[in-house]
Design a protein. Structure first.
Length: 114
């Protein structure tokens, strides 16, 4: 009887292991967000080291600059525009894919490691 229990337990264990779906690796959002910021934000405004003071006081030159302003970046590209929330980038619009990347990055925590 003990032998049957061991076999049954082994079969159940194997069934559980093999029936579980392997989770897909979560995409790394921050490198994509950093590229979006580089292409749309620091090239024209938010990089005082490049002689672009127009974006002050919002500086987006380092990874920490970007991560510390995750919610503001998301609001500026995805939330409705208002007098308190200017639409960014000025004079342009991000693609739906870029906006989606920023939103998902913030939902995952808006960190450099995401």
């Amino acid at each position: 009887m003990k032998k049957h229990r061991k076999i049954l337990a082994a079969v159940v264990f194997m069934a559980i292991v093999f029936s579980c779906k392997k989770e897909e690796a979560s995409p790394k959002y921050f490198p994509k967000v950093k590229a979006i910021v580089a292409a749309n934000c620091t090239v024209t405004c938010h990089a005082p080291s490049k002689g672009l003071p127009d974006g002050m006081p919002v500086v987006l030159e380092t990874d920490d600059d970007i991560a510390s302003r995750a919610a503001s970046i998301k609001a500026a590209v995805a939330d409705p525009a208002s007098p308190q929330n200017k639409r960014m980038p000025q004079g342009g619009v991000l693609s739906d894919a870029d906006i989606d990347t920023i939103v998902k990055w913030l939902e995952k925590g808006g960190r450099v490691s995401d």
